[in-house]
Design a protein around this ligand. Sequence first.
Ligand code: BGC
Length: 251
Amino acid sequence: MAKKADRAVGVDIGGTGIKAGVVDLTKGELVSERIRVSTPQGAAPADVLAAVHEVLDRLPEVEEHLPLGVAFPAIVKRGRTLSAANVSDKWLDFEAESFFIDGLDREIHFVNDADAAGIAEVRYGAAAGQDGLTILTTLGTGIGSAMIHDGTLVPNSELGHLKRKGASIERYAAYSALEREKLSWEKWAKRLQKYYTYLESLFSPDLFVVGGGVSKHPDRFLPLLDLKTRIVPAVHRNSAGIIGAAALAGD
Ligand code: BGC
């Protein structure tokens, strides 16, 4: 069997920002600066590729030979993106992995962003050693989800697209809803209460992990939730996507 890499680069493409860093795969930690650029308006493929070039160019040159993982905010099935909730429709049913391989002129590992965050948390974070079902949700521009059972990821769960009043529930409960509607933390937490209670009724999980940018402020909303299931912030906060993408690339 080939030796696993010790370090890899992760790029996490989100609806709002594109982030990258070099990851120590033994510790599951960033060992470089975390580089971030804003996601280009409209998030069309060519513009996203240019932004990924930009973040990679800003990493130290010595990192060029490392395995590269790219996390993307859509369903990713055999390298194709099958949805486009917070990015351009051009990604719908698009050979995204080949597009990045050609555009970057290097191999990549391509994965859904929330699944990447789930991998980071199960290998190196809040879900390490957890048995049964862990549901990680990222609360950001949209809601991403990773379902992990006894350490194994069930990919592309897309629990932000459960329906509420005919629309995806992420419109109502993502962190972007708090910002867009200028909700108080208390009002937003009431929405999260409904969302996580609904997830509990569907899946009876053993642990919820909350990731995304807002996991920097767990004290503002986690104590306001009353759930049967333990709910904790992602240890790797908003870097979980970078770390998980890098970890998968290093496998
Ligand atoms: C997308 C998911 C993604 C999530 C977080 C959702 O709108 O459908 O694939 O994981 O946003 O970025």
